[in-house]
Design a protein around this ligand. Structure first.
Ligand SMILES: Cc1cc2nc3c(=O)[nH]c(=O)nc-3n(C[C@H](O)[C@H](O)[C@H](O)COP(=O)(O)OP(=O)(O)OC[C@H]3O[C@@H](n4cnc5c(N)ncnc54)[C@H](O)[C@@H]3O)c2cc1C
Length: 278
């Protein structure tokens, strides 16, 4: 199938892009790796596209005030190649090779993944585990929203229709940060059937656990975090955390039933936790 007719605008500045987003019932076009297939399948039919690919200053990684700022148009491939990301956000570097395939990572952007809020995507869960902030802008001004408050439901976020995601900010990881990541897929590069991302302090006094592909959105597992934080992280505590996953509103999809998702989340947590403790 082909996409329905739409107007196309190639913005060259952020101001021009924001003005177009305000004027029209427009969607931003970033890497196009999700938007174009969705349009071709007629799952979505925006009146206009505002292409962000020529906008200066929306891509790149920089350190500011102990925060890693990643421009919305930074492609996954650029994140994968970034020494700053490897050093200051090792969880992101660890997870990137699991996001789709190299051809898709060459075009797909962090801002696009964030704005789309696919429940099976890795990036929203990474942002929850890392305590990220999403920076948004429209013609009226700028604001930032904690990742915890950004992902609201199935393809639903706190972003207003005329707002662009302009950047993502992550706290710089301490040298002793512990991380764990595990996803269960049928084939490497496929969307996950269930996945888990964990960030913990060296002494396990703080633990953040997020899941993807198990519910209608990326979710924090706060009861599981509480079961592990401040403990030695042994087998008994881990099993308490697995039991505490009943807090999650599990949702089946074409890959697995709700019951299977619940089971796979426990498997992913055990495997990701083994990395945390390694
Ligand atoms: C075969 C295949 C396999 C894939 N596998 C995976 C996978 O395993 N894991 C995974 O996470 N993803 C996967 N993807 C999706 C891929 O990672 C996408 O690139 C990503 O989800 C969206 O990024 P994008 O830059 O391509 O966004 P686009 O497709 O351009 O846009 C997606 C949506 O976000 C909006 N948008 C984009 N940028 C902004 C912005 N800055 N501000 C506001 N709104 C914006 C668009 O209007 C659109 O609604 C796969 C895609 C394909 C085709």
């Amino acid at each position: 199938m082909k996409a329905p007719d739409f107007d196309y605008h190639r913005a060259e500045t952020l101001e021009a892009a924001l003005a177009l987003m305000a004027e029209e019932d427009a969607f931003a076009l970033a890497g196009g790796q999700s938007l174009m297939p969705m349009m071709n399948l007629r799952l979505t039919a925006p009146e206009a596209l505002v292409d962000l690919n020529a906008v200066d200053g929306l891509a790149g990684v920089r350190i500011e005030d102990q925060r890693l700022t990643i421009g919305a148009m930074t492609r996954y491939a650029a994140l994968e190649a970034s020494g700053e990301v490897a050093e200051h956000a090792p969880l992101v570097s660890t997870a990137l090779p699991y996001i789709a395939h190299p051809a898709i990572r060459n075009r797909g952007t962090i801002g696009g993944s964030c704005a789309l809020a696919d429940p099976a995507a890795e990036m929203p869960a990474l942002l929850l585990a890392l305590g990220a902030e999403v920076h948004l802008q429209n013609v009226k001004g700028a604001r930032s929203v904690a990742a915890d408050e950004f992902f609201l439901g199935l393809y639903e976020t706190a972003r207003e229709d005329d707002e662009l995601v302009v950047a993502i900010q992550l706290p710089v990881a301490s040298k002793r940060q512990r991380i764990g990541f595990h996803e269960i897929t049928r084939r490497h590069g496929d969307y996950a059937m269930a996945g888990c991302a964990i960030v913990a302090t060296e002494d396990l006094s703080e633990v953040r656990i997020a899941f993807f592909a198990v519910s209608d959105r990326a979710v924090r597992a706060r009861a599981a975090e509480a079961a592990l934080a401040g403990t030695s992280g042994g087998k008994a505590e881990l099993e308490n955390a697995v039991a505490a996953l009943s807090e999650i509103d599990f949702a089946g999809d074409m890959n697995a039933s709700t019951h299977t998702k619940r089971h796979l989340a426990g498997v992913a947590l055990r495997r990701a936790w083994a990395e945390v403790m390694a």
